[in-house]
Design a protein around this ligand. Structure first.
Ligand code: ADP
Length: 246
C-alpha cells in the first residue's frame, strides 16, 4: 500500500492516563479515511499529535516519506499536511473573499513592497475567487464572514485551508451541528476536495462516513479496535458494542 501517513506505536499520556495508546495507523494516498469512535476515544488527541499540536509520549509519525515526529506545526503544514481549522480562524469583519485572500497571502509570504504590487494582488484576488467557486461560496464573496450561516462558514474554513495547497487534509467533524441540507453540501464538497488529495476525517455522522470514506479506523479508549471498509467494520460486534456502550 502506498501510505502517505503512517504512525508506529503512537501514544500520548496525560499524567499517566493513556489518551492514545500504541496507535499504528496507515492512510493510503488518495483515500478518504475516517477516524471514528465514541466520545473520549482519543480522536482529537490523535489529530493534535498528527498536526504536532501535541508532542507524542512515544511512537513515530511519517508523512510523505519523512519523519515528522519532531517537527513544529508550521513545518508540517508547509509539507502539505493541514488541519481544517489550522489557519482558518475566520476573520468575522472581513468579507468572505478577503478571508481567502488573507489565507493566500499568508501562504505565499513576501515583503511589504511585494504585497503592494497590483498585479500580485490581482492574482491573489483571482485565485481567491476560484477557491470560493470550488466551495460554492461565490454568491457570498462580499458578505462579512461573521454573518455567514454556520454551514457556509465551515465551507469558508475549507476554502482557507485549500489556500495552503495541502496534499493531505485533516477534517475535524466537518458536519458537526449542521442541518441536513448543509450536510449534503459538505459531503459533496469533501468529495471534490478529496480529488487528487488525501483526507483523514473525524466524523460522528455514520451515514456521512459510509458515503465518503474508503477506509475507517475505529478508536476506543485510545486504541484501534477495528479497521477496514465501512461495510465490514460496521458489522463487527466489538464495534457495535463500543458504540452502544455495552
Ligand atoms: P475524542 O476526541 O475521541 O472525544 P479526546 O482525544 O478528546 O477524545 O480525549 C481522549 C481522552 O483523553 C479523554 O479521556 C480526555 O478526557 C483525555 N484528554 C484529552 N486531552 C487531555 C488533556 N490535555 N489532559 C488530560 N486529559 C486529556
Amino acid at each position: 500500500m502506498d501510505a502517505i501517513l503512517e504512525t508506529q506505536g503512537l501514544s500520548k499520556q496525560f499524567l499517566g492516563f493513556t489518551a492514545v495508546g500504541d496507535v499504528s495507523l496507515s492512510v493510503r494516498r488518495g483515500s478518504i479515511h475516517g477516524l471514528i469512535g465514541p466520545n473520549g476515544a482519543g480522536k482529537t488527541t490523535c489529530f493534535n499529535l498528527l498536526t504536532k499540536f501535541l508532542p507524542p509520549t512515544s511512537g513515530t509519525i511519517r508523512f510523505n516519506g519523512r519523519d515528522i515526529t519532531r517537527m513544529k506545526p508550521a513545518e508540517v503544514a508547509r509539507l502539505g499536511l493541514v488541519r481544517s481549522f489550522q489557519i482558518s480562524a475566520v476573520f468575522p469583519h472581513l468579507t468572505v473573499l478577503e478571508n481567502v485572500r488573507v489565507a493566500l497571502q499568508r501562504q505565499r509570504g513576501g515583503s511589504f513592497d511585494f504585497w503592494r504590487s497590483d498585479s500580485v494582488l490581482r492574482r491573489f484576488d483571482a485565485r481567491a475567487r476560484d477557491l470560493l467557486e470550488d466551495v460554492g461560496l461565490t454568491a457570498f464573496a462580499q458578505r462579512a464572514a461573521g454573518e455567514l450561516p454556520y454551514g457556509r462558514k465551515r465551507a469558508l474554513e475549507i476554502a482557507t485551508t485549500l489556500a495552503l495547497e495541502p496534499t493531505m487534509m485533516l477534517l475535524d467533524e466537518p458536519t458537526a451541528g449542521m442541518t441536513a441540507e448543509d450536510v449534503d453540501r459538505i459531503v459533496t464538497l469533501v468529495k471534490r476536495v478529496a480529488e487528487g488529495r488525501t483526507v483523514l476525517m473525524v466524523e460522528h455522522n455514520l451515514k456521512v462516513v459510509e458515503g465518503l470514506c474508503d477506509t475507517i479506523t475505529v478508536l476506543t479508549r485510545g486504541r484501534i479496535l477495528a479497521e477496514g471498509p465501512y461495510a465490514e467494520v460496521s458489522r463487527n460486534p466489538e464495534v457495535i458494542a463500543a458504540y452502544l456502550g455495552t
